[in-house]
Design a protein around this ligand. Structure first.
Ligand code: 4NP
Length: 160
């Protein structure tokens, strides 16, 4: 059985495609890609069907990571379809939780920054209206968190 991981932000054109690309790169390097299904989504559908933001794609490319995803809106069915739903900021987390009023899927929903070990930050900041540096900062945080997330998943799967 594959472990299904969904990264979530607002527009699904900057942070969550970056997280998806970084996590995919990590599991590819560890040769465990076949054990995972990885996707990303936005709590808004404003950019549905679009490629990741050019600035995010360029910064990821500089690190050897190609972002291939197309934006889509988070769906209620994602609660069933994924094992880990990883939110980039507090607003995304709240919006996802709001779609699960009974809390039935609460155990699947996390903040990306919970898995950071080097960065002491509360969320992955929205880079959309900021400078180029913001996109590199997103990648730095997401790289740190991806390592921790993968370790967490491997530990959880061992317990099953
Ligand atoms: P993301 O960034 O949530 O990381 O994809 C944003 C993308 C678009 C907008 C805001 C944030 N927007 O306002 O259109």
């Amino acid at each position: 059985m594959k472990t299904k991981v969904l990264f979530v932000c607002l527009g699904n054109i900057c942070r969550s495609p970056a997280a998806e690309g970084v996590f995919l790169d990590l599991i590819r390097k560890k040769q465990i890609s076949d054990q995972f299904h990885v996707d990303s989504a936005g709590t808004s559908g404003f950019h549905a069907g679009e490629k990741a933001d050019r600035r995010m794609r360029d910064k990821a490319k500089e690190r050897g990571i190609s972002l291939e995803s197309l934006s889509r809106k988070f769906l209620e069915s994602d609660f069933e379809d994924f094992d880990f739903i990883i939110c980039m900021d507090g607003q995304n987390f709240k919006n996802v939780k709001r779609l699960d009023p009974s809390g039935h899927y609460g155990h699947k929903v996390f903040m990306m920054v919970e898995f950071c070990s080097r960065f002491k930050v509360h969320e992955v900041p929205d880079p959309y209206y900021g400078s180029e540096d913001g996109f590199n900062h997103v990648l730095d945080i997401v790289e740190d968190a991806s390592e921790g997330l993968l370790k967490y998943i491997i530990d959880e799967n061992r317990k099953k």
